[in-house]
Design a protein. Sequence first.
Length: 409
Amino acid sequence: MTAAPGPSLATSQRSMGDPALNYPLWPPLPRGCPRTSTPAADFPLEVDYAYQDTPAGLFTAPPDTAPDTAPGAGLERWAPLLPPLDAPGLGEGGTPLLPFGDGLWIKDESRNPTWSHKDRLNRVTVSAAVHQGAPGIAVASSGNHGASAAAYAARAGLRCAVLASADAPPAVASFLRAYGADVLPVPVEHRWPLLNEIHDRLGYHPVSNLTRTHTGHPFGSEGYKTIAYEIHAGLGVPAAVFTPVGYGELLYGIWKGFAELRRLGVTDTVPRMFGCEPAAGGPLAHAVRTGVPAAVVPVGPTDAYAIDCAAGSHRAVRAVLDSGGSALLVTDAELARAQARLASQGVWAELSAAAGLAGLHQRTAAGERFDGPVVCVSTSSGFKGLGVGAEPLVPVEPTWEAVSRILRR
């Protein structure tokens, strides 16, 4: 293996409300752009880089000379185009790209250390906490984000406060207990005000949202860019990428990664980005339909707990509009069918994680065809689902008659 490709080339934070506005790289501004945000919408910041200094061969070196991209290699492979990776990793990234027939590929993010895509985000955001000397991190999450944040905080030797829900899935609750996080189950409407207080009073570094519409950590989506880099390394540029959407950081990160590849002359095309939300809510779809920067909507009942977000993000809106993609609303029934299809080929996904495939099924059923391969991102393991483990196995009579009766069904 060759040496690591070099240090971070990150230079500043740029406003997504006005790209002409730049702020220093430190400190990260999780409350968004202070000059363009309004009471109706908060504009996130994104990280800018000295792209002209990108190492030759970062994306084009042949496999026998490129740094390791195998599972467990971590995000160091792409360090020049990430914020500084000051926290130790857990071997995140390098997840498999699985062929599913007829030009369809599944990017299985459940193979990350805590079984979800959130490990890419938390490697980067916890690194920011380490860089700034914070005593701990704080996150509002009842699912994948909290479990992942707790793991990376433990790895870095930091405290971790998780504002969660009392009815978090069993697997998530087990993660949080195992990593020693301070778990604070509070009603959802109190999570973000308390997160702000933990940040302001205790100096904990926030690794999730602090604002009315979603801004999130400026460094967070940068971790998701590596999914685009890995897809390109294995497949080239697909015609379309379908992802589950909660706040839209994943959708935007993948889009930005492909946009960077085009900017650097590695490719000359980019995929269309499709964000897939529960039909019970859909702030991204509402924002795209009404032409607003970001939206807050009521959320009805849905089992897709990991992506049932009331608040949307301007990042997700930009990814859809700039790529010529679309925001899709999928029902729980569509999610369940997509989840079953994934399982039929050996991928057990959480219900929310199947939203990308559900969105693709919706578009193809409506007659849409794509000129090239399509990638659906499956974000997390079925172990993270609600009610997993609630149905015990029913004993079978240990006779050939009983066994053969079941096998003939």
